[in-house]
Write a protein that binds this ligand. Sequence first.
Ligand SMILES: [Zn+2]
Length: 203
Amino acid sequence: MWFRQLVDNQTQALTYLLGDNSSGEVVVLDPQPRDWPLLQALVDDFGGRLKAILLTHNHKPERLQQLLALEYPLFCAGQWHHAPSSGPGWHASHLPLGQAALRMLPTPGHTLDCTSFLWEDRLFCGDLLDTSLCTEQPHPQDCARLWESLQQQVLTLPGDTLLYPAHTLHGRMVLNLHDYPRLAAGSERLRSRDVFMAALDNH
Ligand SMILES: [Zn+2]
């Protein structure tokens, strides 16, 4: 397993490179187009080849267009773009990466079509954990679905699952489920749906 995490010092946005040592397959998760030369250099340094671009979500149409122009298979909002129409490995629910696989989990709430990606014991979950950290969409698009996504797709995972957000979370670039209720803005929010909804409505 090869793993790199990059942080944008201005926006605190996080980008991830995940690679398989034996096959050399690499995916890049939540990249910024301006970082492409650096990302490509890191993949070359690893000796791998880029298999796909994955987005947990996207706020800017021009960013999506710039990434699509690179003509790699790209997954965003529950669907593939530029993926081969035949052959194994291009599903809307999982993507093989060497001997392992990433699972795509629909986790709407921050935006209506957010996706989280589960890779072994790591969950890449966009701005699901604390939507206030995303300057593009600080209030969830759908608070009720955000609650359901957290309850059904995140809090049911093993407690030592590593959670990787799309923006640094109060200075943290990774946390786990034991940390999450303590670090999320207002840990009491997670106690009940009513408290959670009321806290977001009053935000
Ligand atoms: Zn966001």
